[in-house]
Design a protein around this ligand. Structure first.
Ligand SMILES: [Zn+2]
Length: 210
């Protein structure tokens, strides 16, 4: 995986600095049950390079929200643990009243990065916050209409991954009848896992066997 120093400008304070980003992101099309692209350790996970923090004012956000600059920068973005940067970004986004759909993904990425660091307590906490934000995104309309089924599926699955088995099962049973094919097949598999209190992610394989 090629990580580059990319010069960016902070949209909040205007300071220019270098950030570690991936010039190219590989998509192998493979997802786990929580819809995370997962490389199974063959190559490192890339989500930690999707968040950037300004070394001057501390603004944290998706790397894409920082304008790329051509001239060399001398400051460097702080190498704070990625899940803490995502949490900070989510908290700022909430304070600024940005869309809950966006906030939910910041918390979900925080959870994934916490998983990578074995920060289990934080991972559960971020998942609960992601569930809350995804749920609000379906009320405030920030969840796109064509993502609604996927988001409902995701809420139930994130609950299971956070160890909230009863709540997950209840949510899955409420939505399973209206989920499109692959999500419905996965939902039935995951409901069985909630019955044995299994919170591990499994492959997203929409086949009726297994
Ligand atoms: Zn700044």
């Amino acid at each position: 995986m090629y990580v580059a120093d990319i010069g960016v400008k902070c949209p909040t304070c205007g300071v220019k600095f270098n950030s570690k980003q991936l010039p190219a992101v590989l998509d192998i099309g493979y997802r786990n049950s929580e819809l995370r692209q997962h490389f199974k350790g063959v190559i490192p996970q890339y989500e930690e390079y999707f968040v950037v923090t300004c070394p001057s004012c501390g603004r944290a956000d998706w790397s894409t929200s920082f304008e790329v600059i051509e001239e060399p920068a001398y400051l460097q973005s702080p190498s704070t643990t990625a899940h803490l940067q995502f949490r900070q970004a989510a908290m700022v986004a909430e304070k600024e009243g940005r869309s809950f759909y966006n906030i939910a993904y910041l918390y979900l990425y925080a959870a994934w990065c916490a998983d990578d660091r074995n920060a289990l307590v934080q991972a559960s906490e971020y998942r609960r916050l992601a569930v809350d934000a995804f749920s609000k995104s379906m009320v405030d309309g920030s969840c796109p209409a064509d993502k609604r089924a996927e988001t409902e599926y995701l809420v139930a699955e994130i609950l299971r991954r956070a160890g909230e088995f009863a709540a997950s099962r209840e949510y899955f049973s409420k939505i399973v009848g209206r989920l499109p094919g692959p999500f419905a097949i996965m939902a039935r598999k995951l409901m069985r896992l909630t019955e044995v209190s299994d919170s591990q992610a499994i492959d997203f394989v929409a086949e009726v066997s297994a």
